[in-house]
Write a protein that binds this ligand. Structure first.
Ligand code: ATP
Length: 199
């Protein structure tokens, strides 16, 4: 599995549709200060479901929509599509190429799609959760974030590793199953009491 392509349209400084193609291995993005290198990384996090405006270096989510320049009017929507090569079948979906898309309208509406079919944020999160590209996004290490990881407590560091390894999803599912088991046991105890009363 590797990232194959990214298309941005109306996302931050990328007003016109811009497509980037990646090859397997290392890709370096170079450019002058303020040219939009970090915006490309923000787009990656955003299309994978990032919900925090601050993580995207904005105050509110609407800030990801092209806000206009002296020569160009603001746009009404931001769209990002990420294409992932899945020939090795790491993503649990029956396609060798998977395209995840996210659109945000200035009016507030938001949409996700997987291979052109409307999807929910949860579907995108589930699709990516065993790949290390999950909800907490530790797969993207931003400027200054390395210090945060180095200075984290052992428990927090374990959380980073668990998220990257895809263990966190199973821990959440286990916690949910334990809660369900406890409530079933409480119901069972109540039933036993009722049966004893009836007898
Ligand atoms: P550096 O090397 O300094 O880290 P960079 O290449 O990573 O810079 P970015 O931070 O990606 O640059 O891009 C910053 C530019 O994006 C700024 O010029 C900013 O005005 C522009 N920008 C950010 N959000 C928007 C938006 N919503 N609409 C238009 N332009 C935006």
């Amino acid at each position: 599995m590797y990232l194959k392509g990214l298309t941005l349209k109306g996302f931050k400084s990328f007003a016109s549709a811009t497509s980037l193609n990646f090859e397997p291995g290392i890709t370096a993005i170079v450019g002058p200060n303020g040219s939009g290198k970090s915006n490309v990384v923000d787009a990656l996090a955003w299309v994978m479901g990032e919900q925090g405006a601050k993580s995207l270096r904005g105050a509110k989510m609407e800030d990801v929509i092209f806000a206009g320049t002296s020569g160009r009017a603001p746009l009404g929507r931001a769209e990002v599509s990420l294409t992932i090569d899945n020939t090795d079948g790491v993503l649990p979906i029956d396609y060798t190429e998977v395209t995840i898309s996210r659109t945000l309208f200035r009016s507030g509406g938001s949409e996700y799609a997987i291979n052109g079919h409307a999807a929910r944020l949860l579907d995108v999160q589930e699709l990516l959760s065993d790949t290390g590209m999950g909800r907490e996004m530790h797969v993207i290490v931003g400027q200054g974030q390395l210090d945060q990881i180095l200075q984290a407590t052992p428990e927090a560091r374990r959380g980073f590793i668990e998220e990257a390894a895809g263990v966190l999803k199973h821990r959440r599912r286990k916690d949910k199953a334990v809660r369900k088991l406890e409530s079933t046991q409480a119901n069972l105890a109540r039933l036993t009491d009722l049966i004893a009363e009836i007898r």
